[in-house]
Every structure is written in C-alpha cells, then in structure tokens.
Design a protein around this ligand. Sequence first.
Ligand code: ZN
Ligand code: ZN
Length: 379
Amino acid sequence: MTPPDDGPWGPARADAPAPAATQYPCAACGAAVSYRPGETVLHCPFCGSDTPIPDVDDIARREAVREHDFHAALERGVLDAEMETTQVVHCDSCGATVEFDPAEHARECPFCATPLVADSAADRHIKPQAVLPFAIDGDEARRAVARWRASLWFAPNGLKRYARERGRLSGVYTPYWTFDAQTETAYAGERGDAHSVRTRGPDGKPRLMTQIRWRRASGRVRRAFDDVLVLGATSLPRAYTDALAPWDLSQLKPYARDWLAGFRAEAYTVGLREAFGVARGVMDAQIRADVRAAIGGHQQRIHRLDTRVSDVTFKHVLLPVYVGAYRYRDRAYRVVVNGRTGAVRGERPWSAWKIALAALAALALAAAVLAIDQSGGFR
Ligand SMILES: [Zn+2]
Ligand SMILES: [Zn+2]
C-alpha cells in the first residue's frame, strides 16, 4: 500500500526497471515501433511490419473504467497492483514530468522546448486505468493549427507564413483525474419576482416602475456528478486544456502501454486530494446554478448552502493532446490540440496596428452616425 499523496510521486524504489534500448521493440527486428493514430496497430518504420494491438474483452473494458473509492484511497492508500513505476525526466523550466524514452534522441521538454537533463528517475504513481488513444496524427494536428491561426482576428500579417515554418507539435498523453459523486444540498435564500407598479414621476405624470418582491425560499437539490475532469498537471495552462473539451470518454480503452508507443506521456504532478479540491469547485458552481433554478423567479439570493457529498469515486486517465510552441518575433506562443477532435486553443500575437485601425474605424462610424442623427438624416 502506498499513500497516493506522499509527495506527488511517492518514494523512488530500488526495484525500478532499468531503461532498455527501447520501450517498444518491434517483434520482427527490434527497432522502435509507434502507435498509428486512428488504427489499432503498432507500426515499425524500419522493417514495415505491423503488430496489431490486442483487443480487449468487455470484462477488461469494464475494469478499465471502474472507479476507485476516493476516501479509501486517501486513508488506506492504493493497492500495489494499482500502482506503477516508470522512468521519468523532470523539466526544471516548466515543472512538467514526462516519461523517459531511451529511444528518443531529441530530449527536449515537449511543453517549453527546454533541453532536458539526461538523468531519469524512478517515479511511482497510481497507474492510469484507461487511455483515450490519439485519433488524428501529427500532420492533421498541424493543419488544424494552421486553420486556427488563419481564422484569428487582429493577427499580424506575417504570422501565417512565419508560424508554418517554425511550428512544432508533439503528441503527449496528458494525465487527468475524473470524479463521480452524489451531492445533496440544503439551501436557504430568497426569490425575487418582478412586478410593475403605477406611480407618478417628479413631473406629476403617471409612470410604470418595476419592483422586485422578495420572499424566503428554502429546500434541497440533489445531483449525481459523472466524470468531472481535472487536469493532473500544471505544465499547461488549465484555461486552454479545459477549453479542449468535450472528450469522447465513452471511447476510453483499458490502459495498455501499446497506445503510448511513439508518443510521450506526462506523469501527474497534481495529487488526488488537490485534484478533488478543483473538482469540488466545478461541482459547487453547478450546485449554485441548480439552487438558482430551484428557487425560480426573476432574481435569486443564496444565503446558505449545506452540501453533503457521498459516494466519491475517481479514475486516473490519459487523454491525447498535441502540444506546440511556435515563436513569433522572439516570443514563444503555446498551442494545444485535442488529439481526438482537432480542436485548437492557444496563445497568439495581436497586431497593435490592426486593433488601432479597427478602433479608429469604429470611432469614425460612431461620429458618422451621430452626424446623421443631428442633421436629421434617416427620418
Ligand atoms: Zn521492425
Ligand atoms: Zn518544460
């Protein structure tokens, strides 16, 4: 038993596997094979042979998406069978911890392009239960980024050409936690209903005024949360990765190392307890929306919420993300691509000139409208 939260990783173990020449040798020639997105084979670029990734039965599939009990994991730790040890390298620049692949020669951090120190360390962590394999390959991801850049408003003119030359993307299996929970919330607040009243204005003429009548409201709301996703790493801004949703989690495959061949995998650095705190924030926002709907009326005030959370379970899954950094005028901009749908989010340069011109045009339009209005035009 190893508590999941003793440090992000838990202690290094002496029996960690020694790095082999490659983690994914071809059965025919021993060269490094890689998983081909959208297919279910491992491809060897050296001898051309394809090895099918074994299909799993329904029992294994159900096991893969089975949830762990959250409180039991925090109190008693996770079974040894549910832990694994891998060799990882740590990026001091951005904090990412990525799996070490001895066959990989360009040892660069996929998140910030900083050269990584060659030293790898054993990392013991909760084993991912399931993985969503990449469905689009690197070329498709690059095209998605190019389309995204072309669609940007107020981007500098040179960006399209410039970024195409220097863009780089690497496929990374990114760690996520997902949480399920039942909640029951007792609430107390007020419901505000709008109604019109006739009054007289200061000039003595009758007027209609809207008033809010407040009444006490209290009750209970319940919700069953399913698969609240929390990013398990801090190497990418959560705002971007959150915006890559939705993910087709119904297509999760039982965790098998085959799906990782040729890609990098990031290890989680956000522990279970911390991740649940983030998930609770997501749940609370939903609960407040539920309470407002239950109170009804035109406006609502919430004075008290008392939430009981039960049946908390979790899964650790890997989701496919292409991570890229492109440079434009000596600044690095990061982009992320959903490895299933090709959705793109990221940082981008703005053209100060185009924004200034648009602002001037808006001012000119406003002035013209004002001039027409004052001259009595359009009447
Ligand atoms: Zn081969
Ligand atoms: Zn880095």
